[in-house]
Write a protein that binds this ligand. Structure first.
Ligand code: ADP
Length: 248
């Protein structure tokens, strides 16, 4: 995020962005649920040029045992970026950024999971970023949400995530890599189906009125993501139901 790149052109003469999107448009998203047979639930998600894979295990007995909580499940979330996911090789292993993203993403799910129903258990969420193009934490949350459903883990509802930001002085939805690199602000959020915000972060600067505009836009972005997530679930489980009917 840099505000010194005044020579960068973000909009064409029609007000469209470098990837031909309107300011309030999200990148195309495609989803495949249930792609890993070893995990209890999984999801592969592409969002623009981001590619992420989420795997969920549990609820299962928490190991090591000292991690067990007597009155609820421990929820663990690991966000990891593969070294080949970015242009310059990313250093493998956890770092400050991935630890922070893992922590805030876990917290984004805590309100929708019934952890208190599973004492001493663990719910493990792993997300691997295979290709990064800005917005990987939000892509990871959207995939993790569907992997949790695929694992059959009871939830109060889906969690949907999206970012808004400011580029070339304008508030836009779902920043791509050049917008993230040279824009003025990035505001990722995660939201429950009933509109509760479970993650909010901000990089850069917005005035109070710009912040309000970005918040309205990004909540709308989350609602768009929710519709895509629901459609993916319907596609997956409608086909499962059809298979079951064939077996009768
Ligand atoms: P997010 O991916 O959630 O937007 P950041 O704002 O921290 O998270 O990162 C923006 C983008 O910068 C990433 O999607 C990725 O394309 C790139 N990036 C992040 N970390 C690295 C890294 N260690 N090496 C190279 N590129 C990186």
């Amino acid at each position: 995020m840099s505000s010194n790149q005044t020579d960068v052109v973000f909009f064409d003469e029609n007000g469209l962005r470098t990837d031909q999107r309107k300011p309030d448009e999200i990148r195309p998203m495609s989803i495949k649920i249930g792609v890993l047979s070893r995990a209890n639930g999984s999801c592969y998600l592409e969002w623009g040029a981001n590619k992420v894979l989420a795997a969920v295990y549990g609820p299962r007995e928490a190991h090591p045992r000292r991690m067990q909580l007597p009155n609820k499940a421990v929820i663990r979330y690991r966000y990891n970026m593969q070294s080949f996911s970015v242009e310059d090789r990313a250093r493998p292993g956890p770092n400050r950024r991935s630890s922070e993203i893992s922590k805030v993403s876990r917290e984004a799910f805590e309100p929708v999971l019934f952890a208190e129903d599973y004492p001493k258990a663990a719910i493990d969420i792993f997300v691997e970023v295979l290709q990064a193009d800005a917005g990987t934490r939000t892509a990871a949350i959207n995939a993790a949400s569907l992997a949790l459903v695929d694992a059959g883990i009871p939830m109060r509802g889906l969690v949907s995530a999206c970012a808004a930001g400011k580029v070339g002085g304008k508030i836009v939805l779902d920043l791509n890599k050049p917008e993230d690199n040279y824009g003025e602000a990035d505001l990722p959020i995660a939201m429950t189906e009933d509109g509760r915000i479970t993650l909010i972060q901000m990089d850069g600067h917005l005035t109070p009125s710009e912040f309000e505009e970005a918040m309205a836009l990004v909540q709308n972005g989350c609602r768009q993501v929710l519709e895509i997530q629901k459609a993916a679930l319907l596609e997956k489980f409608a086909s499962v139901m059809n298979d079951d009917e064939d077996d009768i």
